[in-house]
Design a protein around this ligand. Structure first.
Ligand code: M6R
Length: 616
């Protein structure tokens, strides 16, 4: 986690870096700092708290400089405080560094450097790294560019770093292993931007170089970017990509929060996800990443899905969908668990990684393990050019557009859409599904964006329900079949932004233990779709009602039975059962959003979290 940004050019760096830090705050927001170079002097400002607090701190002074490095932190080593905030100086004060990642072997390195006379002011691994670089540079009497690979080859862990050397102020050096790093190339190479993603520099340039793992780049004003491999110094040709992102996509557009904006973007996001891929009238699904490997998919003995958090829940929905449509057995694994056992992977297995950011360290590590074992890797990512999209053999982007709110919303629904399309594509090829059902599903998918719009119309009613239950200490979320993972997702959404304890369960599991929790204080959100074992769910609701639980039913439009027994109902349009998660999720996203707003929580940046989890 953590967001890094740098500027080297002709403009004042401060406003560019501060604005960039705000855009990157989703990556971590417990402290922030900035270093500016001007007239042989490095001015350093850092503070615990958000970027706004850094701005307050800096507002008391006059700053200038056309080279700047900024950092917004998600603490790993050392509590969030002023001293542990980045940037960090080396002991001589010549080098300054910003770092996203973890140096795992920082303790022995620190011990060795301490013996050599280095003094440490913070508890961070980053301060160890910058002094290691200084030590290598000084003891070999070499340049920063020459010293960095030697120092980095001694490090175990992950990093995206930018380092500046006051004794050579024409250059900033960056390096990457495991954490993302993009270089924005301004016009005529008169200015360069360094950032964890392209959002901080998109208004200045849409030319970007994404550094690969194990690469180091020297960025020199007017001279361009020189890239080498950290391990052997081999030159790499910089590949400049044209970005599609625009400024509007990364701003709030009149909504109070990014989360709400992203919830409301879902009709369009889903449309963008299937645009050009779903051709109902022709009865086909086109997906290059699948088409090119169709035999692998049709012959797959098993699909293993690896993911974390909300993406893992999308994987669970996909398990039901793949098994139903394509008749391929699916296992859904927490990436963090999968990688630490000795999983049995066959060469006929396909490993699908699902990740919004495409940078989640646990998911990356699971993929690396699967690759070593010879599996075919497929990625379902949102962020174009992300690490997961690059390590996989093939993939399909979700095209949801940037998701800034830490709580994942449109990423989840678009992941389900992509995975449904893949399952349909395979089903057609294998003939594992009836012709009629297949065509119904294709046509119904086309209707989903307008049905999501209808689901969103319940917003005011959901707000009232949120008002009634915002002070509850606990929530239960229940669903069955395709909507069991949605219950898990609803509970996660509530936990992460309102800090209310919530659990998701398959509705029928209540009687095996959790029903003991139910009393008049317990709101229970129950998803009861028409073909989702409706009668059984109604019985489950009766059981909960008899224990005085407060029932919030998510029901198909026009439902009567649940309405009679539930305390509240939220309606969603009818759709084919496999697609109901795309609608029921909307109600749960809005419910958690409104509860969190009413509780005055920081919806877009909940405590202790970060959007992109690049630590293991
Ligand atoms: O970027 P990814 O999809 O790999 O992220 C995985 C999880 O960290 C993420 O879904 C997390 O659980 C969200 N904050 C949930 O809203």
């Amino acid at each position: 986690m953590c967001g890094i940004i740098g500027y080297i050019g002709m403009q004042e760096a401060y406003p560019i870096v501060i604005k960039g830090l705000k855009r990157l705050e989703y990556r971590g927001y417990d402290s922030a700092g900035i270093a500016l170079y001007d007239n042989d002097d490095i001015q350093l400002y850092k503070t615990k708290g958000k970027v706004a607090e850094l701005e307050n701190l800096v507002s008391e002074t006059t700053v200038s400089g056309s080279i700047g490095l900024g950092h917004t932190r998600w603490a790993t080593h050392g509590v969030p405080n002023d001293v542990n905030s980045h940037p960090h100086f080396s002991n001589s004060g010549d080098l300054v560094i910003i770092h996203n990642g973890i140096i795992e072997n920082y303790a022995p390195l620190k011990e060795e450097l301490t013996k050599r006379g280095y003094v440490f002011h913070s508890d961070t691994d980053t301060e160890v790294l910058v002094n290691l670089i200084e030590d290598v540079k000084k003891s070999n009497n070499i340049s920063l560019f020459e010293a960095l690979p030697i120092a980095l080859n001694q490090c175990v862990g992950a990093y995206a770093i930018a380092v500046f050397d006051r004794t050579n102020p024409e250059e900033v050096i960056v390096a990457k292993l495991g954490s993302p790093l993009a270089i924005g190339v301004g016009a005529y190479e008169k200015e360069f931007f360094i950032a964890s993603d392209a959002s901080p520099f998109i208004e200045y340039t849409n030319n970007a170089i994404y550094l690969e793992d194990g690469e180091l780049a020297s960025i020199k004003l007017g001279q361009g970017v020189e890239i080498v491999k950290i391990t052997d110094g081999q030159n790499v040709d910089p590949y400049v990509q044209k970005l599609q992102l625009n400024l509007e996509q990364i701003e709030k557009g009149g909504f109070d929060h990014f989360m709400l904006k992203e919830i409301y973007e879902q009709p369009n996001a889903i449309l963008d996800t299937y645009r050009g891929r779903l051709l109902p009238d022709e009865g086909i699904v086109k997906m290059a990443g699948v088409d090119d490997h169709i035999e692998r998919f049709t012959k797959a003995k098993r699909i293993i899905i690896v993911a974390c958090g909300t993406s893992w829940h999308a994987g669970l929905v996909a398990e039901y969908i793949f098994e139903e449509f394509a008749r391929i057995p699916v296992e859904v694994e927490y990436a963090s668990e999968f990688r630490y056992r000795n999983p049995i992977i066959d060469k006929d297995d396909i490993v699908i990684a699902i990740s919004q950011s495409g940078e989640t360290a646990d998911t990356m590590a699971a993929l690396k393990l699967a690759k070593e074992k010879g599996a075919f890797l497929f990625g379902v990512c949102n962020v174009v050019g992300s690490s997961i999209s690059r390590i996989t053999d093939a993939g399909a982007y979700t095209h949801a557009g940037p998701e800034i709110g830490v709580a994942s919303t449109k990423a989840f629904t678009t992941q389900i859409v992509v995975l449904s399309l893949i399952a349909l594509r395979i089903a057609k090829e294998k003939g594992s599904m009836g012709h009629k059902d297949y065509h119904y599903l294709l046509h119904e998918m086309e209707q989903i964006p307008s049905k999501v719009k209808i689901a969103l119309e319940e917003n005011d009613k959901i707000k009232e329900i949120a008002q009634a239950y915002k002070d509850a200490a606990n929530f239960l979320y229940l669903g069955r079949g395709f909507n069991f993972p949605v219950a898990l997702e609803g509970a996660l959404k509530l936990k992460e932004i309102s800090y209310i304890h919530a659990e998701g369960y398959p509705a029928a599991e209540m009687k095996h233990g959790p029903i003991a929790l139910v009393d008049e204080q317990m709101p229970v959100v129950v998803i009861a779709t028409r073909k989702g074992h409706y009668e059984k769910v109604v019985s489950n609701i009766q059981e909960l009602k008899s224990r005085k639980g407060k029932i919030i039913g998510i029901v198909p439009k026009g439902d009567v039975q649940v309405k009679q027994i539930a305390d509240h109902v939220i309606e969603i349009p009818e759709t084919l059962e496999p697609f109901t998660p795309l609608l029921s999720t909307i109600s749960l996203q809005l419910l958690s959003y409104h509860i969190a707003v009413l509780l005055e929580k920081n919806v877009d940046q909940p405590r202790n979290l970060a959007k992109s989890v690049t630590v293991e």
